[in-house]
Design a protein around this ligand. Structure first.
Ligand code: PSV
Ligand code: MN
Ligand code: MN
Length: 424
């Protein structure tokens, strides 16, 4: 479904006076507003292809209908999100769920929607119907070198697909690990995985990055071979300068201090990118900022601080992606919510008075330091986020416009009610 320019213009026109009144505070009183607005315009968050359909859980799936059935339809959905918010200008593909039939045509379609290809993801956590050897007992860690070779070749094939599309990174998430004590020799599993990753790393083009994503649990529940940021950091360090750690917010043990992990990885020049989502219990993959918005802000606070300390470009030097999926929401509405929550946390982090914060820290003024952070977090930045969208050619209220156009009904009419998006 296409968003017509008159629909966008009508929507913005209707909301413009109210928006200007809210924005007046920012333009009159905040010296920094223009800088923040420009940074928000530049900041793009990639949409994973697998979040466009209803995710479901292992207990069931309640599809909402009108889900994209092909890669072209997935790009159309991300194109629609981007037309609405002008902040979702990239799509992340998962192979083999999203194998492009014709890479040039796929590139053209993406360009038509103003999208680029973010990191490509390999999949050695499922067996595919035509696959020779099983990943039941792992892939890159497997005791059988033939299974490891198959998984390595798959990753190299994923790189080839990514190259054809103009992607610049490979994300490797491994479900490898063990479910019971005694099942696995940890040291052998680590070195086999490292050797396999080294073969994949050797196939990376020189302008590519390799993201090693960690996860503490699930589907293996006793040990995960890339189970925490420490092991991911170790793999990335041993692999070389093109390898980095990828932080998925849902992949930690309860109460982990993710912002401190982020600060350390940035300092060591090994933070590669993010999978944003939120969770209350485990890898819940809920909407970003829906459960712990203060944590999201604190993470962005470290990101801005650490990236500025190293002179990094916020928009381009790390991979920004959502990784969420749902049973009860329209996936497109949910993604609009996630993108806005991320933008809000980012804008609030940009507001932090860093000089004052450092002074407070040096003086051991705990109360003042906390006040500085909470002052930024409690600021309603929605008017400048909306202004950034407006200036970039998007909608003042993407979700309101999406609903007023009755988008889901139209998608169901085009694609049918009983759709199953490819992927998880
Ligand atoms: C695993 O839980 C994960 O977060 C990885 O990023 C996968 O590639 C993704 O979910 C999709 O299943
Ligand atoms: Mn992830
Ligand atoms: Mn996950």
């Amino acid at each position: 479904m296409n968003l017509e320019s008159f629909q966008l213009a009508d929507h913005n026109q209707r909301l413009l006076d109210a928006h200007r009144r809210k924005l007046a505070y920012w333009t009159d009183a905040v010296a920094d507003a223009e800088r923040i607005i420009q940074k928000l315009i530049d900041f793009q968050i990639a949409i994973p292809s697998w979040a466009l359909g209803t995710g479901g859980t292992r207990f069931g799936r309640f599809g909402g209908g009108g889900e994209p059935r092909t890669l072209d339809e997935k790009m159309a959905d991300v194109g629609l999100l981007h037309a609405l918010n002008r902040a979702s200008g990239a799509i992340s593909l998962h192979i083999p769920w999203d194998i492009p039939q014709d890479a040039d045509a796929t590139r053209q379609t993406a360009a038509h929607y103003g999208l680029r290809f973010d990191a490509v993801n390999s999949n050695t956590f499922q067996d595919q119907p035509d696959q020779a050897l099983s990943y039941k007992f792992g892939s890159l860690q497997h005791v059988d070198p033939a299974v490891r070779r198959q998984a390595i070749e798959h990753n190299i094939e994923v790189i080839r697909h990514g190259v054809a599309l103009g992607s610049k990174a490979l994300t490797v998430w491994l479900s490898d690990g063990s479910c019971f004590p005694g099942q696995l020799n940890f040291r052998k599993a680590f070195s086999r995985t490292l050797e396999s990753l080294q073969d994949i790393y050797a196939a990376l083009p020189s302008d590519w990055k390799l993201f090693v994503e960690y996860k503490a649990f699930e589907p293996n529940f006793y040990s995960m071979t890339v189970g925490d940021w420490g092991s991911s950091f170790l793999y990335a360090s041993k692999l070389g300068p093109q390898a980095y750690t990828l932080v998925d917010l849902g992949h930690h043990l309860p109460n982990a201090n993710i912002e401190q992990i982020v600060a350390t990885l940035l300092m060591e020049e090994k933070l590669g990118g993010f999978h944003f989502n939120d969770s209350k219990y485990g890898d819940d993959d809920l909407t970003a900022g829906s459960i712990k918005p203060y944590q999201l802000f604190l993470i962005f606070n470290e990101l801005v601080d650490g990236m500025d300390a190293r002179g990094m470009n916020h928009a381009t030097d790390l991979g920004w992606m959502i990784d969420a999926s749902h049973n009860v929401k329209d996936p497109l509405e949910d993604l609009l919510q996630s993108v806005e929550a991320i933008q809000i946390a980012y804008a609030q982090a940009l507001l932090v008075d860093r000089t004052a914060l450092e002074e407070a820290r040096e003086a051991n003024d705990v109360v003042r330091a906390q006040e500085i952070l909470q002052d930024a977090f409690r600021t309603d930045v929605r008017p400048i986020v909306a202004e950034a969208r407006l200036r970039a050619g998007g909608a003042l209220q993407p979700l309101t416009l999406y609903r007023s156009l009755d988008t889901r009904t139209q998608l169901i009419r085009e694609r049918g009610l009983k759709t199953v998006a490819t992927g998880l």
